[in-house]
Design a protein around this ligand. Structure first.
Ligand SMILES: Cc1cc2nc3c(=O)[nH]c(=O)nc-3n(C[C@H](O)[C@H](O)[C@H](O)COP(=O)(O)O)c2cc1C
Length: 301
C-alpha cells in the first residue's frame, strides 16, 4: 500500500486525481464507466445564476492532438444545480466535490459563492475567471489584475469553503496573475483553462465557430500547461491543481514533478471515459514500482 492522500491547503483528497470542469458532466453521468468514489475530486461543470443555452453550434471541433470547444458555459443555473444536481452526489461520500462558478460579474460570483457556501456536498468552490468562450466575465477577468483582486477578495469574504481560483495561460504574465489571486485570498490555484484559438470553414469561407475564437484543450496544450504550472509553483506558496492534456500516468507524474499537488483530467475523459479511474490505480503502481512517494516527486535538475 502506498500513501496517496494529498492536502491541498484546507482540502484533503484521498488521491491527487481530479476531473476538470466541463469534461466530466456532474460526475454521475460517468458512474457507469468507473467508480467515481475512487477519484480524489470531481470538478462540476461551471454554474451561473441563470440557466444558459450556451453558444450556437458548431460547438466543438477536432484538432491534431486536441479539441476546440465553444460551449459558452451552457448549464441549468444555480437553482437546479443546488436542488437537483448536487443531491445526486450524496451517494458518493469519498470523492470530493468541487463546484465551479462562472458569474459574468463580480456580484454574480459573490451570489453564487453565497448560495454554495451553505451546501454540505460542496467541498470547495472553484472560481472560473478564465473561460475564453463568453462575452462577459470569463477570460476578460483574468486579463485585468485589479479586477482579479476585487473579485477574489469579494468571493473570499462570503465563503468559508476552500477557494480555488482557476487561471488562464493566455495572459501576459501568469505569475503576476497567480500572485494577485493568492494575495486576494485563494487557498488553491488551478491551471490551465483552454487556450483561445480559431478554425476556418474553407467551403463557406467563414470562421468555423460563430464567435470566431474557441478554446483549445487536450495533449496539444500540455507543454504550455506544464510550463505554466512550473512557473507558478516557483512563485507562490499555495497548492496547485495542474491540468492541460493529461492522457497517461506519465503525464500525471510530469505535472507533479513541475510542482502540481493534484492533477486534473479534462478533454481525455471524452476519448476514454474510464481514464481518470485508471490513472488512480496507475499512479499507485508507478509510486510502488519507482520507490517514490508523492512528496519525493520533485525535479532534481
Ligand atoms: C468541452 C469542454 C468544456 C469545458 N468547460 C469548462 C467549464 O465549464 N468551466 C471551466 O472552468 N473549464 C472548462 N473547460 C476547461 C477544462 O476544465 C480544462 O481547464 C481544459 O480543457 C484543459 O485541460 P484538458 O486539456 O485536459 O482538457 C472545458 C473544457 C472542455 C474541453
Amino acid at each position: 500500500m502506498v500513501k496517496t492522500t494529498v492536502q491541498l491547503g484546507p482540502l484533503t483528497l484521498q488521491n491527487p486525481i481530479v476531473t476538470a470542469s466541463g469534461t466530466f458532466g456532474y460526475g454521475v453521468e460517468f458512474a457507469d464507466y468507473l467508480d467515481i468514489n475512487k477519484l480524489g475530486a470531481i470538478t462540476l461543470k461551471s454554474v451561473t445564476i441563470n440557466p444558459r443555452e450556451g453558444n450556437a453550434p458548431p460547438r466543438i471541433a477536432e484538432t491534431p492532438s486536441g479539441m476546440m470547444n465553444s460551449i459558452g458555459l451552457a448549464n441549468h443555473g444555480i437553482e437546479v444545480f443546488v436542488n437537483s444536481i448536487l443531491p445526486k452526489l450524496e451517494l458518493f461520500d469519498r470523492v470530493k466535490v468541487i463546484a465551479n462558478i462562472a458569474g459574468h460579474t463580480l456580484e454574480e460570483n459573490v451570489e453564487l459563492a453565497k448560495r454554495l457556501d451553505i451546501v454540505d456536498r460542496v467541498d470547495a468552490i472553484e472560481l472560473n475567471i478564465s473561460c475564453p468562450n463568453v462575452d462577459a466575465g470569463g477570460l476578460a477577468f483574468c486579463q485585468d489584475l485589479p479586477m482579479v483582486s476585487r473579485l477574489t477578495k469579494a468571493v473570499r469574504k462570503v465563503t468559508l469553503k476552500p477557494l480555488i481560483v482557476k487561471l488562464s495561460a493566455s495572459v501576459p504574465d501568469i505569475v503576476a496573475l497567480a500572485k494577485t489571486s493568492v494575495e486576494s485570498g485563494a487557498d488553491i490555484l488551478s491551471l490551465i483553462n483552454t487556450i483561445p484559438g480559431m478554425d476556418v470553414d474553407i467551403a463557406k469561407k467563414s470562421l468555423f465557430f460563430k464567435r470566431g475564437s474557441a478554446g483549445l484543450s487536450g495533449p496539444a496544450i500540455r507543454p504550455i500547461a506544464l510550463k505554466a504550472v512550473y512557473d507558478v509553483a516557483r512563485s507562490v506558496d499555495i497548492p496547485i491543481i495542474g491540468m492541460g492534456g493529461v492522457a497517461t500516468v506519465e503525464d500525471v507524474v510530469k505535472f507533479l514533478l513541475v510542482g502540481a499537488d493534484a492533477v486534473s483530467v479534462g478533454m481525455m475523459n471524452f476519448v476514454r471515459p474510464t481514464l481518470s479511474g485508471e490513472l488512480v490505480d496507475q499512479l499507485s503502481a508507478y509510486l510502488v514500482a519507482s520507490g517514490e512517494t508523492l512528496s519525493t516527486l520533485k525535479l532534481t535538475a
